[in-house]
Design a protein around this ligand. Structure first.
Ligand SMILES: [Zn+2]
Length: 404
Protein backbone atom coordinates (compact mmCIF):
# COMPACT_ATOMS: atom_id res chain seq x y z
CA UNK A 1 0.00 0.00 0.00
CA UNK A 2 1.10 3.58 -0.61
CA UNK A 3 2.52 5.83 2.09
CA UNK A 4 -0.66 7.91 2.20
CA UNK A 5 -2.57 4.92 3.62
CA UNK A 6 -5.17 6.64 5.78
CA UNK A 7 -6.71 5.92 9.17
CA UNK A 8 -9.72 4.69 7.16
CA UNK A 9 -7.51 2.13 5.41
CA UNK A 10 -6.11 0.92 8.74
CA UNK A 11 -9.65 0.59 10.08
CA UNK A 12 -10.57 -1.55 7.08
CA UNK A 13 -7.62 -3.88 7.71
CA UNK A 14 -8.59 -4.26 11.38
CA UNK A 15 -12.31 -4.66 10.69
CA UNK A 16 -11.80 -7.39 8.10
CA UNK A 17 -9.25 -9.22 10.26
CA UNK A 18 -6.47 -8.67 7.69
CA UNK A 19 -4.37 -7.05 10.43
CA UNK A 20 -4.82 -7.59 14.16
CA UNK A 21 -1.76 -5.90 15.70
CA UNK A 22 0.29 -2.74 15.19
CA UNK A 23 3.05 -4.94 13.77
CA UNK A 24 0.61 -6.40 11.20
CA UNK A 25 -0.43 -2.89 10.16
CA UNK A 26 3.20 -1.86 9.67
CA UNK A 27 3.91 -4.96 7.59
CA UNK A 28 0.80 -4.72 5.42
CA UNK A 29 0.94 -0.96 4.78
CA UNK A 30 4.67 -0.27 4.86
CA UNK A 31 3.97 2.66 7.22
CA UNK A 32 6.39 3.46 10.03
CA UNK A 33 5.63 2.53 13.62
CA UNK A 34 5.11 6.23 14.46
CA UNK A 35 2.68 6.83 11.58
CA UNK A 36 0.66 3.73 12.39
CA UNK A 37 0.52 4.99 15.98
CA UNK A 38 -0.74 8.45 14.93
CA UNK A 39 -3.47 7.02 12.69
CA UNK A 40 -4.53 4.50 15.31
CA UNK A 41 -4.80 7.32 17.86
CA UNK A 42 -7.48 8.91 15.68
CA UNK A 43 -9.39 5.61 15.59
CA UNK A 44 -9.04 5.22 19.39
CA UNK A 45 -10.29 8.79 19.98
CA UNK A 46 -13.32 8.13 17.76
CA UNK A 47 -14.00 4.94 19.75
CA UNK A 48 -13.88 2.87 16.56
CA UNK A 49 -10.95 0.61 17.48
CA UNK A 50 -9.88 -0.77 20.83
CA UNK A 51 -6.80 -2.60 22.03
CA UNK A 52 -7.68 -5.87 23.68
CA UNK A 53 -5.81 -8.87 25.01
CA UNK A 54 -2.22 -9.63 24.02
CA UNK A 55 -2.24 -11.19 20.54
CA UNK A 56 0.30 -13.76 21.76
CA UNK A 57 2.36 -14.27 24.88
CA UNK A 58 5.61 -13.88 22.93
CA UNK A 59 7.33 -10.48 23.06
CA UNK A 60 7.01 -8.30 19.94
CA UNK A 61 9.80 -8.73 17.32
CA UNK A 62 11.29 -5.39 18.39
CA UNK A 63 11.48 -6.67 21.96
CA UNK A 64 9.50 -5.09 24.77
CA UNK A 65 5.92 -5.86 25.65
CA UNK A 66 3.84 -8.32 23.62
CA UNK A 67 1.69 -6.76 20.91
CA UNK A 68 -1.94 -6.16 21.80
CA UNK A 69 -4.79 -7.35 19.62
CA UNK A 70 -6.60 -4.55 17.73
CA UNK A 71 -10.37 -4.91 17.35
CA UNK A 72 -13.17 -2.98 15.68
CA UNK A 73 -15.09 -1.54 18.66
CA UNK A 74 -18.76 -2.05 17.84
CA UNK A 75 -20.01 -0.26 20.97
CA UNK A 76 -19.67 3.28 19.62
CA UNK A 77 -22.86 3.26 17.51
CA UNK A 78 -25.88 1.20 16.47
CA UNK A 79 -27.79 0.67 13.22
CA UNK A 80 -31.55 0.78 12.75
CA UNK A 81 -33.09 -1.53 10.17
CA UNK A 82 -36.56 -2.25 8.85
CA UNK A 83 -37.96 -4.97 6.61
CA UNK A 84 -41.11 -3.83 4.82
CA UNK A 85 -43.42 -6.57 3.63
CA UNK A 86 -46.75 -6.17 1.89
CA UNK A 87 -48.85 -6.07 5.06
CA UNK A 88 -46.34 -6.09 7.84
CA UNK A 89 -43.07 -4.52 8.98
CA UNK A 90 -40.28 -5.78 11.20
CA UNK A 91 -37.91 -3.18 12.66
CA UNK A 92 -34.83 -3.54 14.83
CA UNK A 93 -31.88 -1.94 16.55
CA UNK A 94 -28.69 -3.81 15.68
CA UNK A 95 -25.07 -3.66 16.73
CA UNK A 96 -22.45 -2.74 14.12
CA UNK A 97 -21.58 -6.42 13.88
CA UNK A 98 -25.17 -7.41 13.12
CA UNK A 99 -26.54 -8.57 16.47
CA UNK A 100 -30.23 -7.79 17.00
CA UNK A 101 -30.46 -5.71 20.22
CA UNK A 102 -34.19 -4.89 20.14
CA UNK A 103 -36.99 -5.49 17.65
CA UNK A 104 -40.64 -4.98 16.92
CA UNK A 105 -42.92 -6.65 14.41
CA UNK A 106 -46.31 -5.16 13.58
CA UNK A 107 -48.78 -4.73 10.73
CA UNK A 108 -48.13 -1.92 8.24
CA UNK A 109 -49.86 -1.83 4.87
CA UNK A 110 -47.73 -0.90 1.86
CA UNK A 111 -50.95 -0.07 0.05
CA UNK A 112 -51.26 3.06 2.22
CA UNK A 113 -48.44 4.62 0.18
CA UNK A 114 -44.87 5.71 0.94
CA UNK A 115 -45.65 9.03 2.66
CA UNK A 116 -47.78 7.38 5.33
CA UNK A 117 -45.84 4.11 5.65
CA UNK A 118 -42.41 5.75 6.03
CA UNK A 119 -43.81 8.35 8.42
CA UNK A 120 -45.18 5.59 10.65
CA UNK A 121 -41.94 3.63 10.31
CA UNK A 122 -39.79 6.62 11.34
CA UNK A 123 -41.91 7.00 14.49
CA UNK A 124 -41.72 3.26 15.17
CA UNK A 125 -37.91 3.28 14.89
CA UNK A 126 -37.60 6.30 17.20
CA UNK A 127 -39.81 4.60 19.80
CA UNK A 128 -37.89 1.32 19.59
CA UNK A 129 -34.61 3.15 20.11
CA UNK A 130 -35.98 4.97 23.13
CA UNK A 131 -37.33 1.76 24.64
CA UNK A 132 -33.87 0.21 24.18
CA UNK A 133 -32.47 3.10 26.26
CA UNK A 134 -30.40 4.51 23.39
CA UNK A 135 -30.00 8.12 22.22
CA UNK A 136 -30.75 9.21 18.62
CA UNK A 137 -27.11 10.35 18.36
CA UNK A 138 -25.98 6.73 18.72
CA UNK A 139 -27.55 5.81 15.35
CA UNK A 140 -24.99 5.86 12.52
CA UNK A 141 -27.41 4.83 9.79
CA UNK A 142 -30.68 3.16 8.81
CA UNK A 143 -31.08 0.24 6.41
CA UNK A 144 -34.44 -0.34 4.73
CA UNK A 145 -35.46 -3.57 2.96
CA UNK A 146 -38.25 -3.26 0.40
CA UNK A 147 -40.00 -5.91 -1.73
CA UNK A 148 -39.17 -4.46 -5.15
CA UNK A 149 -36.30 -3.50 -7.48
CA UNK A 150 -34.23 -0.62 -6.07
CA UNK A 151 -31.97 1.96 -7.66
CA UNK A 152 -29.47 1.95 -4.80
CA UNK A 153 -27.75 5.16 -5.92
CA UNK A 154 -30.93 7.23 -5.51
CA UNK A 155 -32.61 5.09 -2.83
CA UNK A 156 -35.79 4.76 -4.89
CA UNK A 157 -37.85 1.87 -6.14
CA UNK A 158 -37.90 1.34 -9.89
CA UNK A 159 -41.24 0.20 -11.36
CA UNK A 160 -42.07 -1.99 -8.35
CA UNK A 161 -44.54 -4.58 -9.67
CA UNK A 162 -46.49 -4.90 -6.42
CA UNK A 163 -46.15 -1.38 -4.97
CA UNK A 164 -48.18 1.09 -7.02
CA UNK A 165 -47.49 4.68 -5.93
CA UNK A 166 -43.96 3.92 -4.74
CA UNK A 167 -42.17 4.29 -8.10
CA UNK A 168 -39.41 6.93 -7.90
CA UNK A 169 -40.43 8.14 -4.41
CA UNK A 170 -37.53 9.46 -2.29
CA UNK A 171 -37.60 6.70 0.34
CA UNK A 172 -34.28 7.63 1.99
CA UNK A 173 -35.22 11.31 2.37
CA UNK A 174 -38.70 10.59 3.71
CA UNK A 175 -37.56 8.01 6.26
CA UNK A 176 -34.63 10.19 7.44
CA UNK A 177 -37.05 13.11 7.95
CA UNK A 178 -39.66 11.00 9.72
CA UNK A 179 -37.05 9.54 12.08
CA UNK A 180 -35.58 13.00 12.81
CA UNK A 181 -39.05 14.42 13.57
CA UNK A 182 -40.05 11.52 15.80
CA UNK A 183 -36.74 11.47 17.69
CA UNK A 184 -36.60 15.26 18.11
CA UNK A 185 -33.36 15.75 16.17
CA UNK A 186 -34.51 18.20 13.51
CA UNK A 187 -32.18 21.11 14.39
CA UNK A 188 -30.60 23.22 11.63
CA UNK A 189 -27.18 21.85 12.58
CA UNK A 190 -28.31 18.22 12.73
CA UNK A 191 -27.19 16.21 9.68
CA UNK A 192 -29.85 13.70 8.59
CA UNK A 193 -29.01 10.11 9.44
CA UNK A 194 -27.99 8.24 6.27
CA UNK A 195 -30.66 5.82 5.00
CA UNK A 196 -29.76 3.03 2.60
CA UNK A 197 -32.54 1.29 0.68
CA UNK A 198 -32.13 -2.14 -0.84
CA UNK A 199 -34.24 -4.96 -2.23
CA UNK A 200 -35.28 -7.40 0.51
CA UNK A 201 -34.07 -10.59 -1.18
CA UNK A 202 -30.67 -8.94 -1.80
CA UNK A 203 -30.38 -8.04 1.88
CA UNK A 204 -31.46 -11.51 3.00
CA UNK A 205 -28.83 -13.04 0.74
CA UNK A 206 -26.20 -10.62 2.04
CA UNK A 207 -27.09 -11.26 5.70
CA UNK A 208 -27.16 -15.05 5.30
CA UNK A 209 -23.94 -15.15 3.29
CA UNK A 210 -22.06 -13.00 5.81
CA UNK A 211 -23.38 -14.95 8.79
CA UNK A 212 -23.18 -18.52 7.56
CA UNK A 213 -21.13 -18.80 4.37
CA UNK A 214 -18.51 -16.02 4.43
CA UNK A 215 -16.18 -18.02 2.16
CA UNK A 216 -18.86 -18.73 -0.49
CA UNK A 217 -17.99 -16.68 -3.59
CA UNK A 218 -21.34 -17.10 -5.33
CA UNK A 219 -24.42 -17.25 -3.11
CA UNK A 220 -28.04 -17.16 -4.31
CA UNK A 221 -31.21 -16.84 -2.23
CA UNK A 222 -34.80 -17.15 -3.37
CA UNK A 223 -37.52 -15.63 -1.23
CA UNK A 224 -40.98 -17.07 -1.74
CA UNK A 225 -43.58 -15.18 0.29
CA UNK A 226 -46.34 -12.94 -1.09
CA UNK A 227 -44.17 -12.62 -4.21
CA UNK A 228 -41.01 -14.33 -5.45
CA UNK A 229 -37.62 -12.62 -5.63
CA UNK A 230 -33.99 -13.62 -5.61
CA UNK A 231 -30.81 -12.07 -4.24
CA UNK A 232 -27.28 -12.81 -5.37
CA UNK A 233 -24.00 -12.15 -3.55
CA UNK A 234 -20.86 -12.47 -5.66
CA UNK A 235 -17.38 -12.15 -4.13
CA UNK A 236 -18.91 -10.76 -0.94
CA UNK A 237 -20.95 -7.98 -2.59
CA UNK A 238 -24.63 -7.75 -3.54
CA UNK A 239 -24.98 -8.17 -7.29
CA UNK A 240 -27.63 -5.75 -8.59
CA UNK A 241 -27.15 -5.70 -12.35
CA UNK A 242 -27.12 -2.44 -14.34
CA UNK A 243 -30.60 -1.28 -13.30
CA UNK A 244 -31.13 -2.97 -9.94
CA UNK A 245 -33.27 -5.57 -11.67
CA UNK A 246 -31.07 -8.63 -11.08
CA UNK A 247 -32.93 -11.42 -9.31
CA UNK A 248 -36.49 -10.26 -9.98
CA UNK A 249 -37.46 -13.76 -11.14
CA UNK A 250 -41.07 -13.67 -9.92
CA UNK A 251 -42.32 -12.05 -13.10
CA UNK A 252 -40.70 -14.36 -15.61
CA UNK A 253 -43.52 -15.80 -17.76
CA UNK A 254 -43.87 -19.55 -17.38
CA UNK A 255 -46.05 -21.97 -19.38
CA UNK A 256 -47.95 -23.10 -16.25
CA UNK A 257 -49.05 -19.50 -15.70
CA UNK A 258 -50.97 -19.16 -18.94
CA UNK A 259 -54.17 -17.22 -18.32
CA UNK A 260 -53.40 -16.56 -14.64
CA UNK A 261 -53.41 -12.93 -13.46
CA UNK A 262 -50.35 -11.71 -11.56
CA UNK A 263 -50.40 -8.86 -9.04
CA UNK A 264 -48.03 -6.95 -11.36
CA UNK A 265 -50.87 -6.60 -13.87
CA UNK A 266 -49.48 -9.09 -16.38
CA UNK A 267 -50.52 -12.68 -16.91
CA UNK A 268 -48.58 -15.91 -16.64
CA UNK A 269 -45.81 -14.86 -14.22
CA UNK A 270 -44.05 -17.38 -11.98
CA UNK A 271 -45.50 -15.47 -9.00
CA UNK A 272 -49.02 -16.04 -10.33
CA UNK A 273 -48.37 -19.79 -10.12
CA UNK A 274 -46.01 -20.46 -7.24
CA UNK A 275 -46.04 -17.57 -4.71
CA UNK A 276 -47.60 -17.61 -1.25
CA UNK A 277 -50.41 -15.45 -2.60
CA UNK A 278 -51.05 -17.85 -5.51
CA UNK A 279 -51.15 -20.84 -3.16
CA UNK A 280 -53.53 -19.04 -0.78
CA UNK A 281 -55.90 -18.46 -3.71
CA UNK A 282 -55.69 -22.11 -4.74
CA UNK A 283 -56.35 -23.29 -1.19
CA UNK A 284 -59.40 -21.01 -0.96
CA UNK A 285 -60.70 -22.60 -4.16
CA UNK A 286 -60.39 -25.97 -2.35
CA UNK A 287 -62.39 -24.59 0.57
CA UNK A 288 -59.40 -24.08 2.88
CA UNK A 289 -59.39 -20.62 4.48
CA UNK A 290 -56.11 -18.86 3.60
CA UNK A 291 -55.86 -15.12 2.93
CA UNK A 292 -52.13 -14.67 2.45
CA UNK A 293 -48.69 -16.25 2.22
CA UNK A 294 -48.36 -16.17 5.99
CA UNK A 295 -51.57 -18.22 6.31
CA UNK A 296 -50.06 -20.77 3.93
CA UNK A 297 -46.95 -20.79 6.12
CA UNK A 298 -49.09 -21.58 9.17
CA UNK A 299 -50.88 -24.41 7.31
CA UNK A 300 -47.54 -25.88 6.19
CA UNK A 301 -46.23 -25.70 9.76
CA UNK A 302 -49.12 -27.86 10.94
CA UNK A 303 -48.59 -30.34 8.08
CA UNK A 304 -51.82 -29.54 6.19
CA UNK A 305 -51.86 -32.13 3.33
CA UNK A 306 -53.36 -29.92 0.57
CA UNK A 307 -51.02 -27.06 1.44
CA UNK A 308 -48.04 -29.43 1.42
CA UNK A 309 -49.02 -30.87 -1.98
CA UNK A 310 -49.41 -27.40 -3.50
CA UNK A 311 -46.11 -26.23 -1.95
CA UNK A 312 -44.28 -29.17 -3.50
CA UNK A 313 -45.82 -28.42 -6.88
CA UNK A 314 -44.86 -24.73 -6.49
CA UNK A 315 -41.32 -25.84 -5.62
CA UNK A 316 -41.14 -27.78 -8.89
CA UNK A 317 -42.27 -24.70 -10.83
CA UNK A 318 -39.73 -22.45 -9.11
CA UNK A 319 -37.09 -25.19 -9.49
CA UNK A 320 -37.54 -25.13 -13.24
CA UNK A 321 -36.64 -21.42 -13.33
CA UNK A 322 -33.83 -21.99 -10.81
CA UNK A 323 -32.23 -24.54 -13.14
CA UNK A 324 -31.41 -21.62 -15.44
CA UNK A 325 -30.34 -19.41 -12.53
CA UNK A 326 -27.97 -22.08 -11.23
CA UNK A 327 -26.55 -22.76 -14.67
CA UNK A 328 -25.87 -19.05 -15.18
CA UNK A 329 -24.33 -18.36 -11.76
CA UNK A 330 -22.90 -21.74 -10.66
CA UNK A 331 -23.43 -20.79 -6.98
CA UNK A 332 -22.05 -22.74 -4.02
CA UNK A 333 -25.24 -22.21 -2.03
CA UNK A 334 -28.86 -21.86 -3.14
CA UNK A 335 -30.99 -20.85 -0.17
CA UNK A 336 -34.78 -21.07 -0.11
CA UNK A 337 -36.36 -18.53 2.25
CA UNK A 338 -39.74 -16.92 2.94
CA UNK A 339 -43.21 -18.18 3.86
CA UNK A 340 -43.07 -21.32 1.70
CA UNK A 341 -39.54 -22.39 2.64
CA UNK A 342 -39.91 -25.84 4.15
CA UNK A 343 -39.60 -29.51 3.28
CA UNK A 344 -42.38 -29.88 0.64
CA UNK A 345 -41.29 -26.80 -1.35
CA UNK A 346 -37.60 -27.72 -1.06
CA UNK A 347 -38.35 -31.27 -2.26
CA UNK A 348 -40.10 -29.83 -5.31
CA UNK A 349 -37.22 -27.47 -6.06
CA UNK A 350 -34.69 -30.30 -5.82
CA UNK A 351 -36.74 -32.59 -8.09
CA UNK A 352 -36.70 -30.14 -10.98
CA UNK A 353 -33.38 -28.48 -10.35
CA UNK A 354 -31.26 -31.63 -10.53
CA UNK A 355 -33.26 -32.91 -13.46
CA UNK A 356 -32.88 -29.75 -15.56
CA UNK A 357 -29.58 -28.11 -14.61
CA UNK A 358 -26.18 -29.27 -15.84
CA UNK A 359 -24.49 -31.65 -13.37
CA UNK A 360 -21.37 -29.49 -13.54
CA UNK A 361 -23.36 -26.62 -12.01
CA UNK A 362 -24.99 -28.68 -9.24
CA UNK A 363 -22.12 -31.00 -8.25
CA UNK A 364 -20.96 -28.66 -5.45
CA UNK A 365 -24.25 -26.89 -4.85
CA UNK A 366 -25.87 -26.90 -1.40
CA UNK A 367 -29.63 -26.33 -1.51
CA UNK A 368 -30.53 -25.14 1.98
CA UNK A 369 -33.15 -23.26 3.99
CA UNK A 370 -32.61 -20.02 5.89
CA UNK A 371 -30.48 -19.90 9.05
CA UNK A 372 -31.35 -16.38 10.15
CA UNK A 373 -35.08 -16.73 9.45
CA UNK A 374 -37.06 -13.51 9.87
CA UNK A 375 -33.91 -11.61 10.88
CA UNK A 376 -32.03 -12.18 7.61
CA UNK A 377 -32.99 -8.91 5.86
CA UNK A 378 -32.44 -6.85 9.05
CA UNK A 379 -28.98 -8.32 9.60
CA UNK A 380 -28.14 -7.85 5.91
CA UNK A 381 -29.30 -4.22 6.17
CA UNK A 382 -27.05 -3.61 9.18
CA UNK A 383 -24.04 -5.05 7.34
CA UNK A 384 -24.84 -2.95 4.27
CA UNK A 385 -24.98 0.26 6.34
CA UNK A 386 -21.72 -0.56 8.12
CA UNK A 387 -19.89 -1.48 4.90
CA UNK A 388 -21.09 1.80 3.39
CA UNK A 389 -20.17 4.05 6.33
CA UNK A 390 -16.81 2.47 7.17
CA UNK A 391 -15.26 2.16 3.70
CA UNK A 392 -11.83 3.82 3.89
CA UNK A 393 -12.74 7.07 2.11
CA UNK A 394 -16.04 7.59 3.95
CA UNK A 395 -14.50 6.60 7.29
CA UNK A 396 -11.82 9.23 6.73
CA UNK A 397 -14.45 11.92 6.02
CA UNK A 398 -16.41 10.93 9.11
CA UNK A 399 -13.32 10.98 11.33
CA UNK A 400 -12.58 14.50 10.09
CA UNK A 401 -16.19 15.54 10.77
CA UNK A 402 -15.87 14.13 14.30
CA UNK A 403 -12.82 16.37 14.77
CA UNK A 404 -10.41 13.54 15.61
ZN1 LIG B 1 -46.05 -10.57 -12.52
Amino acid sequence: MAQQTSAGDLLQLVRTGSATTRGDLQRVTGLSRATVGQRLDRLFRAGWVREGEAASSAPSPQGGRPSLRLEFDDRHAVVLAADLETRHCRAAVLSLTGDVLAETSRPLLLSEGPEHVLGALGARLARLLKEAGLAPASVCGIGLAVPGPVDSASGTLVDPPIMPGWDGFDLSGRLARAFAEASGTTGASAAPVPVLVENDANLMAYGEQRAGWPECRAFALVKVSTGIGAGVVVDGAVYRGVDGGAGDIGHIRVPAGEGLDCMCGAQGCLAAVASGRALAARLRALGVPAASGSDVRALLAEGHPEAAGLARQAGRQVGEVLATVVTLLNPGVLMIAGDLAGTPFLTGVRELLYQRALPRCTAHLDVVTSRLGDHAALIGAAHLVVEHLYTPSRAEERLTALGV
